[in-house]
Structures are given as structure tokens and as C-alpha cells.
Design a protein around this ligand. Sequence first.
Ligand code: SAM
Length: 217
Amino acid sequence: MEEEKYRRLRERMVSTQIEARGITDERVLAAMRKVPRHLFVSEALRDQAYGDFPLPIGHQQTISQPYIVAEMTQALNLDKDDRVLEVGTGSGYQAAILAELAFRVYSIERIHPLLIRARKILDQLHYTNVVTKYSDGTWGWPEESPFDAIIVTAGAPDIPKPLLDQLEMGGRMVVPVGDSFSQSLVKVVRDREGIRKTNLGGCRFVKLIGDHGWPNE
Ligand code: SAM
């Protein structure tokens, strides 16, 4: 019964927040309909999990608004054979969405208790193609690079150089870049001519903290 209630809330979330704002990639829409977002937030917030807003996940961090998850995922143009790096595991929700669309997801988080909680729910849901690591993700994951796609889910002062270096030829990256109050969502594509950047619009994320991000104050 509960599951049916949440399935209906997910359907409504996809039609009113995501399709209505122009997300058209059927694979992204199917993943957003499938992944049980309510299990990635605390029990007290479950009934709000499909609302049109981010929610707190503890440690002053958030699970992003559903629309921004869909927008960033669509911008990555994922193929089922792709290997994807995520910086900022947070709740694990975005990693689960990526895992529905790609071959393997490498996700890094710098707050240990968040990573433990995310890992637990990803295991419960059998996302065996998500590999996680406790680290400063601004250094990327050199041993597993290069990546077909990279997603940074925290706001950076600039695109971290190690991440650019770990992007495969033909690879796509999305990263919020700006000051600590607001950022632009930047899409980066590496092709034979080099690096191409497109601004996808405004967004607001918590800070990317690390050696190639903001200092930890
Ligand atoms: N993708 C997440 C989800 O689906 O719930 C939301 C991420 S939340 C908006 C941003 C996350 O980035 C936080 O959990 C934060 O601790 C993490 N973060 C910030 N700087 C980081 C860094 N240098 N390396 C790894 N994670 C970082």
C-alpha cells in the first residue's frame, strides 16, 4: 500500500515537475519513475520526498530537487556502457539514477556518515554497479579514470583541473560553477578540438569543499 502511494507520487513528480519543464530523454524519465527517492531521505521526510524542492539529509547537506537531478542526468547523454564519476554522493539518490542508465558509477563523498548511510540504501536496493569512496572528490578518482561522464553535485569556484584531466575523449561533464550563493550549471564536452563549455542556466548548490574547491571553513 505504502509502495503504491509512493509510486503514484513519483509518477506525478515526473509529469508535473520534470516532463512539464522540458526533460524529454525517455531513459531519464523512466529512471526517475523507478528509483524510490523516499528511501534516500530520513523517515520523517518521506512524505515530502517527491516535492519540488531539495531536502536536508543532515550535516548541512541536501538531496537535490528532482528537476535538477533530471536536468543534470539528461545533460550527461549517458550510454549503457558508460563509466560515470559522481563527486558528492550525499544521499545516494543521484548515484542510483545514474546506475539505472550507465555501466558503472564511481561516487565520492567527503562526509563519512553520509557515505555510510548512502551505501546502506544502495546495497539494500541492489545497486551493485555503484562503487563508493570516502575522499576529497575534487581530485577525482585517478586509478579509475578516464570517465565517459562526470557529474559534480556541489558548487565549485571553478572547474577542478583533475576532473577535466580525467574526462575521456568524447566525455561529458556537468558542474555548478560560481560563488557560494548561486552558480551556473556548466556542461563541458571534450572533443578533438579541446574543451567546449555551455551554460545550462542558474542553480544553487552547497559548496564543493576540497583542495580544488572551496576551503573548509
Ligand atoms: N548527489 C547527492 C544526492 O543525490 O543526494 C546530493 C549532493 S549534496 C547537494 C552535495 C554533496 O557533496 C554533499 O554530500 C557534500 O558533502 C558533498 N561534497 C562537497 N564537497 C565534496 C568533495 N570535495 N568531495 C566529495 N564530496 C563532496
